[in-house]
Ligand binder design. Structure first.
Ligand SMILES: Nc1ncnc2c1ncn2[C@@H]1O[C@H](COP(=O)(O)OP(=O)(O)OP(=O)(O)O)[C@@H](O)[C@H]1O
Ligand code: SF4
Ligand SMILES: [Mg+2]
Length: 339
């Protein structure tokens, strides 16, 4: 991928949380008195580039580290290791002041608009504050025009700007939080489960809106979801994550038609196909391990039907296949059958 094409680059990002608690919580008496640190290994060595104009979706089960990765990209968490770049500028190590210019270019939309919108602020206040903060010379008339334009783009009547979040339906509230994400004319949006809290009928409307906005505004999305069925039609590429690690990265069409990693196959098998009454569920053995005690070798080996001795010992490399997809799996690398 050429450098100019990369809008955001995530390089070898690791994010661990120390949840040891206070000194008393850390004391263990095993073979004498010791202090024991407890670390959640939420994201482990993730490398990913997001191309200008694409929608890159990150999918995986609850707790696999999707939101943590999104927060590291947005500068909300400092990474434990690794680097994040926006248009070639390193952004993971910036202080608050140096981050400000990137705030206008990179925005985030969250799952629950009710929680992410301030209930005590009208829509106008919610949209005007960031606008005025980042454009101190903007006149009141200019701000009003901008707010009206964005409200119309997200499909909410600008006449309602004096209302509070609780006066809107869930779908309308999510439209308003999208408006807040757009008000500074960003180039890049991280959408973390933006439709998961909505009724299925509303989900499609919001997804269509996001895609429409991408076209009109030439936006690039990092789209986070646990629901593979949501990403099929909106994604340019899809990255599959398991226990903080990337398993597969492929174009949406390759991923849905020819998934290569055993975990991707199992995830996809849970979605019923058109014409099928019930999904042909590929079973996984065992339970999802905790990110406190990561398995050795391939993190998926305890649940994988194709695991062998090498899998429990050696971390698989994220290798490029002939079709341009990337897969981290010894069986795929060795050409073993996983049908
Ligand atoms: N601030 C934090 N402190 C400690 N542990 C955390 C923190 N944030 C996340 N974690 C842990 O890191 C792991 C990954 O969490 P994360 O929220 O990134 O998962 P997720 O893939 O977004 O899940 P979901 O689909 O449920 O939103 C989980 O085990 C979670 O409990
Ligand atoms: S590396 Fe081994 S355990 Fe991991 S997915 Fe491939 S076959 Fe399964
Ligand atoms: Mg999450």
């Amino acid at each position: 991928m050429s450098n100019e094409n990369k809008l955001v680059s995530i390089e070898n990002v690791v994010k661990h949380f120390d949840i040891s608690g206070g000194l008393l919580d850390q004391i263990t008496l095993k073979g004498g008195l010791h202090l024991k640190k407890t670390t959640v290994k939420a994201v482990n060595n993730v490398t990913l580039s997001i191309k200008s104009g694409e929608t890159l979706s990150v999918v995986g089960e609850s707790g696999c580290g999707k939101s943590t990765l999104a927060r590291v990209v947005m500068g909300l968490y400092p990474p434990t290791a690794g680097e994040v770049y926006f248009k070639g500028d390193r952004i993971d190590n910036l202080n608050h002041k140096k981050w400000l210019p990137y705030r206008t270019k990179m925005q985030m939309i969250f799952q629950d608009p009710y929680a992410s919108l301030n209930p005590r602020k009208t829509v106008r206040q919610t949209l005007e504050e960031p606008l005025r903060f980042h454009n101190p010379k903007m006149t009141l008339a200019q701000a009003t025009d901008k707010i009206d334009e964005v409200m119309e783009q997200v499909g909410v009547d600008p006449a309602w700007i004096r209302r509070y979040p609780h006066e809107f339906s869930g779908g309308q509230r999510q439209r308003i939080s999208i408006a807040r994400g757009l008000i500074l004319d960003p180039e890049f949006i991280v959408a973390d489960e933006p439709v998961s809290a909505l009724d299925v009928s509303i989900q499609a409307q919001i997804l269509n809106l996001l895609m429409d906005l991408a076209d009109k505004r030439n936006l690039t999305y990092l789209f986070i979801t646990h629901d593979l069925s949501v990403v099929h039609h909106i994604s340019t590429r899809v990255a599959v994550m398991y226990l903080g690690t990337l398993c597969e990265l492929a174009s949406a069409s390759d991923l849905f038609h020819e998934p290569r990693h055993p975990y991707t196959r199992a995830l996809l098998s849970a979605i019923p196909k058109v014409g099928e009454k019930k999904a042909k569920h590929v079973k996984m053995k065992g339970e999802v391990p905790t990110p406190v005690n990561l398995p050795s070798g391939c993190v998926f080996h305890g649940r994988c039907l194709y695991a062998d001795e090498r899998c429990s010992r050696e971390v698989p490399k994220f290798l490029e296949l002939e079709n341009g997809s990337f897969v981290a799996c010894h069986a795929v690398e060795e050409g073993r059958s996983i049908d």
